[in-house]
Write a protein that binds this ligand. Structure first.
Ligand code: HEC
Length: 447
């Protein structure tokens, strides 16, 4: 540099001198700008936003030659402006060339100006359904497109958040980081054994998008396990007692669940009388949200041979598809008020036993029960513990009740002071006598 400055201008301009000095001059670098490198050749800019472009003057060896004054220009100021520092501002939609010039050398950047990209999801709610403990449902696809301007790039998935108590049942993946892209949502639910409703949120983000992050909600409905494994249990109404021909106080109910304990709703349950001869109303009932089905009513019946206890077993069975049926037990009894007392008029006993003095079977149930029958000492000196009606129940009460001996025309009467069977002509039908027998065997209560 110093040598060249010493040369007279005339010599410098002379081709002859230059030729003679060429070897010397080539030892000094040519610092003039040969090219202009831009920080970016092409970029997107949202209307109203700004971006700083850099321009780097390089000499012919590619070395940076800084310290130059660079002038900036935009090919269309209506689309984008640029200031002296290379800061580009988006004005309206379009494409401009921003040029940086120094020493007659220029560099260009293509700037596309437009509205911000928008994340557009083909759906934001993805419902999936499965059964507890069963194979996971197939993957679901969501398409991601750009419904705004410019280009939707830099797509990423955020952390999945779960609600409903169980987490980790989703895998999400993107096939591209720029729109259009496909999000694959793979449920991994085989390990969920508890029926219920679960949800997960998948955030889809892109820093360039005006609506980032957008969110997809996956709702998972886990139904109870498969029907081959239903379990039915008694929910209520077992082991009741009722008068023959009446309904049990608590209508029997069952609960149905799968093998994982998830209750099954909306399942028809059929109730049928198994033994006892009673009947039901509402024989088919659907399980409710708690998995419980309740029969309309169950009327029990006292029929057949009189049990030693005087109480007649009744059974009701509940069945449902793919479940083992369950059985309810109940006992029916003959009541004094409902079944026994009315017989005194119906079978004309009151024709002879209609007034006080001797055995009176007239009057209310309570009056005849207390005043004439239950544990009442008989005028017939029969001997032993025989009373009109003996309490305590069972076979001994039956044997010690003169009422029963009379109705049965018992052979033991022959040796007693009161030999007549009642009615005197012939015994009443066995079923009629069994009503009294069952009541006495059951303890002859005033019921
Ligand atoms: C035709 C009249 C007549 C009718 C009807 C009649 N009884 Fe009698 N009953 C008698 C007479 C008489 C006695 C007393 C004689 C005896 O016990 O052998 C008696 C005795 C009895 C006794 C024993 C009372 C005691 O303490 O000694 C009982 C119990 C009895 N009857 C029940 C009935 C019943 C129940 C009926 C209806 C199914 C009935 N009787 C129908 C006439 C009748």
């Amino acid at each position: 540099m110093t040598i060249r400055l010493r040369l007279p201008a005339a010599l410098l301009l002379s081709g002859l001198v230059l030729a003679g000095c060429s070897d010397v001059l080539e030892d000094f670098p040519d610092t003039s700008v040969a090219t202009m490198r831009m920080s970016s050749d092409s970029l997107d800019l949202v209307i109203g936003n700004q971006v700083d472009l850099g321009a780097f003057p390089l000499d012919k060896t590619g070395a940076l030659r800084p310290g130059r004054i660079i002038s900036w220009s935009s090919s269309d100021l209506a689309v984008a402006t640029v200031d002296d520092s290379g800061r580009v501002a988006g004005v309206s939609g379009g494409t401009v060339t921003v040029t940086a010039t120094t020493g007659g050398v220029s560099g260009q950047a293509r700037v596309r100006v437009g509205n911000a990209p928008l994340i557009q999801l083909s759906r934001t709610a993805v419902p999936v359904a499965t059964q507890a403990g069963q194979t996971s449902p197939p993957p679901e696809l969501v398409t991601i497109t750009n419904s705004g301007g410019l280009s939707l790039t830099g797509l990423t998935l955020g952390a999945i958040t779960y609600t409903g108590g169980t987490s980790g049942w989703l895998v999400a993946s993107l096939n591209a980081t720029s729109a259009p892209a496909t999000l694959t949502i793979t449920p991994v639910t085989a390990g969920i054994f508890t029926a219920g409703n679960y949800a997960a949120s998948i955030p889809v983000s892109a820093s360039v998008a005006a609506n980032s992050p957008d969110t997809i909600t996956v709702s998972l409905a886990v139904a109870p396990g498969p029907p081959t494994a239903r379990v039915m249990t008694i929910a209520g109404g077992n082991n009741q007692t009722a008068a023959s021909g009446s309904t049990v106080a608590v209508a029997p109910s069952v609960q149905v669940a799968d093998t994982f304990g998830n209750v099954v709703a909306g399942l028809p349950v059929t109730f049928q009388v198994l033994t006892g001869g009673g009947g039901v109303t509402g024989a088919v009932a659907n399980t409710n949200a708690a998995g419980v089905a309740t029969v309309g009513s169950w009327t029990v019946q006292a029929s057949g041979a009189v049990p030693a206890s005087g109480r007649f077993p009744n059974q009701l069975i509940a069945t449902a598809a793919a479940a083992t049926g369950v059985t309810f037990d109940a006992e029916a009894y003959f009541s004094y008020t409902t079944h026994v007392h009315g017989m005194w008029v119906a079978y004309s006993c009151t024709g002879c036993h209609g007034s006080a003095g001797g055995l009176s079977l007239a009057g209310t149930a309570a009056a005849t029960y207390s005043g004439e029958l239950f544990n009442v000492v008989t005028a017939c000196a029969f001997g032993g513990g025989v009373l009109e009606v003996a309490g305590g129940g069972g076979a001994s009460a039956e044997a010690n009740s003169l009422l029963m001996l009379k109705l049965d025309h018992a052979s033991s009467l022959a040796t007693s002071p009161c030999t007549l069977g009642m009615p005197t002509a012939a015994p009443l039908p066995a079923a009629v006598r069994d009503t009294v027998r069952a009541w006495i065997r059951a303890g002859a209560p005033l019921n």
